[in-house]
Design a protein around this ligand. Structure first.
Ligand code: ADP
Length: 257
């Protein structure tokens, strides 16, 4: 794979106690830099703005209102980018911040502008770090209607830059026959070629109103990837160096292809 999109979730960037996972961010930055040195084109889609902002403000719970969350995200996004820039700089790499909304693909003009920017960044050897623009779009903030988020965004980005592979890093080893946190009998799917209703069902239905609904969102992203004949790997982001093994062709997590 030459052109790779990597998506990382908040759980890999912020510890459960609310502190920033510096070793995780550093390891991820190292991997991005090294892949770049190998001649690969890498794009990062990173969540974590709210988590980092909460940490800065000493908040232990997510603020209640959307505008408050947007403000916290605006603060956290700047800080998160600063951390990425610093870590990448220690490996002689530069980061470019790209804030998008999912509807970019609905407007050909916007889509073209996004594609041009990303292509140019890659050409210049700058690592694009993408997040949803929380000021403009509240898709990722609105828990009750959370059906589009950075999972979808990473698939959309993969689609518009025709990435060879999307690596989605989560807090779980892959996609299982059932939620392994509640069903210890659940078994890992190593390869999925089609998102059937049966498969969708194993993600715990539509995603509960109050849970993250995380897995069905990842399957929807996988469907988008499969629909355009590309590939996606869902794996655990605890140790970002796992990306090297994935690109080495080792069987890790769940391959959607
Ligand atoms: P992230 O924040 O890393 O993007 P999410 O919380 O959105 O991760 O999604 C991962 C979670 O999805 C898992 O921790 C697990 O609790 C849940 N889940 C539900 N069904 C499944 C399944 N069939 N296989 C794996 N995880 C599942």
């Amino acid at each position: 794979a030459k052109r790779i999109v990597i998506k990382i979730g908040t759980s890999s960037l912020v510890y459960p106690n609310g502190n920033i996972n510096l070793s995780g961010i550093d390891e991820l930055s190292f991997v991005l830099a090294d892949l770049n040195n190998q001649g690969k084109e890498v794009v990062l889609v990173s969540s974590g703005a709210i988590g980092v902002g909460m940490n800065q403000l000493g908040l232990t719970a997510r603020p209640a209102t959307i505008p408050e969350q947007q403000a916290v995200a605006a603060l956290g996004q700047a800080t998160l980018m600063n951390i990425y820039s610093q870590r990448l700089a220690s490996y002689s790499k530069k980061a470019g911040q790209v804030l998008l909304t999912r509807d970019v693909i609905e407007y050909p003009e916007s889509r073209k502008n996004v594609t041009n920017t990303l292509e140019q960044l890659l050409k210049m050897g700058i690592i694009p770090i993408i997040n949803e623009n929380d000021t403009v779009s509240v898709d990722e903030l609105d828990h009750l209607t959370k059906f589009g988020d950075n999972d979808q965004l990473s698939a959309i980005v993969s689609q518009i830059i025709q990435a060879d592979l999307l690596i989605m890093l989560s807090d779980i080893n892959g996609f299982y026959s059932d939620n392994p946190n509640t069903n210890p009998q659940a078994s890992l799917h190593t390869h999925i070629a089609q998102i059937t209703p049966e498969i969708m069902h194993q993600a715990g239905g539509k995603g509960s109103m109050f849970g993250t609904g995380g897995m069905s969102s990842k399957l929807k992203a996988a469907k988008r990837i499969l629909d355009c004949q590309s590939a996606m790997v869902l794996a655990n982001g605890k140790q970002p160096k796992i990306i090297f093994d994935i690109l080495d062709g080792q069987q890790i997590g769940t391959l959607f292809m």
